[in-house]
Design a protein around this ligand. Sequence first.
Ligand code: FAD
Length: 456
Amino acid sequence: APAIVWLRDDLRIADNPALNAAVERGGAVLVLFVLDEVSDGIRGLGGASRWWLHQSLESLGTSLAELGVPLVLRRGAAAEVVPAVVAETGAGAVFWNRRYGGAARAIDTELKTTLRADGLDVASFAASLLFEPWTITTGAGNPYSVFTPFWKACRDAPPPRGPLPAPTAIEGYAGAAASDAVDDWTLEPTHPDWAGGLREAWTPGEAAASAALDDFLATKLAAYAGERDFPAEEATSRLSPHLRFGEISPYTVWERATRARAGLGGAGAEGTTRFLTELGWREFTHHVLFHAPELATVNWRREFDAFPWPPLDESALVAWQKGRTGLPIVDAGMRELWTTGTMHNRIRMVVASFLTKNLLIDWRLGEQWFWDTLVDADEASNPFNWQWVAGSGADAAPYFRVFNPELQAKKFDGHGQYVKHWVPEVGTDAYPEPIVDLGETRRAALAAYDVVKNQP
Ligand code: FAD
């Protein structure tokens, strides 16, 4: 009886424990991906992520075909589709790598129980996080709510395992298994085709992910700590969408970065520590999600439920989305996002602060826009970071820290290179006046925050 490897956020062959387990079990293997847009609580992918998924599945399908392993694509509720594929193929085992969102975990737990009750061999593995959320707790056994002690506890824990070797020979399942074609899913935009900028900016897939990591380590790691905040520099790894879809594992990133540090000597130490700490933030957001599954909708600090959001100003929201606020650094970021599906981290903080504090628009609306437009949109990192900027999140920036976009531009884009690239009409009549007064809106935001602060 064949084994099914059910892939989800782990679209790779290398360092894939579920795949390795299927190979070690002996017998034929088939790989399954289920596009689940219907199960309760599963958040449908945004437009940019759908585009990425299409390319990533094509790339995976090609690599698996070279190994003689079928990639079966099915659509529907996972709790029904997985047992259906088991029945159709007579599978004797189902293996997967864990995911950490609340609804996803509920589905997986239930499936594990029902498939085992049917006599199948079912196992799940750690593959997408370096540290399992239930293993990193305070002395009192509680989850951490502050990053620094969290990351210290991770560093004091047994170090992450090394990446597993990719299987070189797999017995592919040769029987019939109905599969959709990825084109059937219309994940790519057609009318209009807005993905031109995405195609230019990115190459999804496992091989490109590995190449991006190697390039970053060879040419950027040493200067990373000093340059990562400057949006005009190409100083960061651009690994986030690859990590989001699991085209590369954090174990591989960890191991290769640690090895690169040794090769760089003193200069590399600071860059590597900083880079690994950013991976630590990725871990933290997922651990927070694990313990607070409603992260995308509910204030992590519940006292923010009292925040007096004014009625929504639709035209301000649209100006922000389209990059027409009249604040050049904000507009540059929002246009970069729309065109390429990403935005530099420093500018993400600036535009999020501007939306929530200068425009007094609920962070959930910003989070939703990012969800739809980012290629790295992630169920943990996106709401976590939005709440972090808004002040309602775990280890959040204090609410009274309102980024001043003009000062941020001076500090991090001093020569205006980034702004000029994305907002070439700055300084001409074609460019709008600022839609708000920064000083006035800052004072209004602080007054609104008093309501939260003065909660009993
Ligand atoms: P690098 O600087 O090379 O960092 C390496 C890796 O560390 C990243 O690929 C990412 O996986 C991780 N990382 C870095 N910073 C963070 C962070 N603050 N939180 C979590 N992980 C981090 N990141 C996402 O992956 N998905 C999101 O949906 C997302 N939404 C965000 C929303 C807002 C409002 C803000 C302020 C930040 C958001 N981030 C998100 C975090 C960060 O901006 C991106 O991870 C980063 O810009 C990706 O570029 P890079 O891969 O070149 O990062």
